[in-house]
Design a protein around this ligand. Structure first.
Ligand code: ADP
Ligand code: MG
Length: 248
């Protein structure tokens, strides 16, 4: 009998990366299935950002392999283009274009990188701005919005590129506390729609609610990985328990 197994959304194996002589990622293995939600936590400097930035080659790795939806991430620009089409990213500091309106922020990447007609690009922009519940802000500039609203624009902008996978790098850590929830709610809705997500965050309530697996990283290594129940109730590693004790 032939068994068909879905291709992993992301497959990382024996990944190593150095910044100069400093080894920032050590022998990382991680396989993420389509539709899976992974939360990565760990102390500052443990390599969380570097790891997810390697997935769309904002950082280059030196050994090991990464593939995304079966496409190998290597020096081929064709592969890189294909991977970047599938992977959206949301950063801690939003990275919106300050001189463009909210709607233009969402429409312009589609026009420039896909050749989408302006009218269609704006229509999709409005669709996702509605999805993140700020359609009424479409004609404002980012500077006129709160941090939470700007981050929701950044999420809408990424969704406009119709990614299959979304990477979030501490999307709420630059926000005032009262704005964290509106951004997390947007991300929960995205998870409920079945999006494959890797989220670097210390919002453990979000992890409990949404994550299929939680990863704890320290000093460039994956120390522990497990489903949220097991992870929070009885982390095996002393280092993980100490970290959770410090942040919760
Ligand atoms: P985290 O996101 O977990 O805080 P990072 O991936 O940002 O960790 O960084 C991991 C380590 O790599 C840190 O020690 C950091 O100082 C170092 N680092 C990050 N980016 C660079 C870089 N571009 N050049 C050199 N060192 C870097
Ligand atoms: Mg980081």
């Amino acid at each position: 009998m032939t068994r068909y197994r879905a291709e992993p959304a992301i497959s990382i194996s024996s990944l190593n990366k150095w910044y100069g002589s400093f080894q920032v990622l050590k022998n990382i293995d991680l396989r993420i299935e389509p539709g899976e939600r992974i939360v990565i936590c760990g102390p500052s400097g443990s390599g969380k950002s570097t790891l997810i930035r390697c997935v769309n080659r904002l950082e280059e790795h030196q050994s090991g392999s990464i593939s995304v939806n079966g496409i190998v991430l290597n020096d081929s620009l064709k592969n890189l283009d294909a991977i970047r089409r599938d992977v959206g990213m949301v950063f801690q500091h939003f990275n919106l274009f300050p001189h463009l309106t909210v709607k233009e922020n969402c429409a312009l990447p589609q026009i420039l990188s896909r050749g989408t007609k302006r009218r269609d690009a704006e229509e999709l922009a409005m669709h996702f701005l509605t999805k993140v519940r700020i359609p009424e802000q479409a004609d404002k500039y980012p500077g006129q919005l709160s941090g939470g609203q700007q981050q929701r624009v950044a999420i809408a902008r990424a969704l406009c590129m119709t990614p299959k996978i979304m990477l979030f790098d501490e999307p709420t850590s630059a926000l005032d506390p009262e704005m964290v929830k509106e951004v997390l709610d947007t991300m929960v809705a995205l998870a409920e729609d079945g999006m494959t997500m890797i989220v670097v965050t210390h919002e453990m309530g979000f992890a409990r609610k949404v994550a299929d697996r939680v990863v704890f990283m320290e000093a460039g290594e994956i120390v522990e990985i497990g489903n949220p129940d097991a992870f929070f109730a009885g982390a095996k590693s002393q280092r993980t328990r100490k970290f959770l004790g410090d942040i919760m």
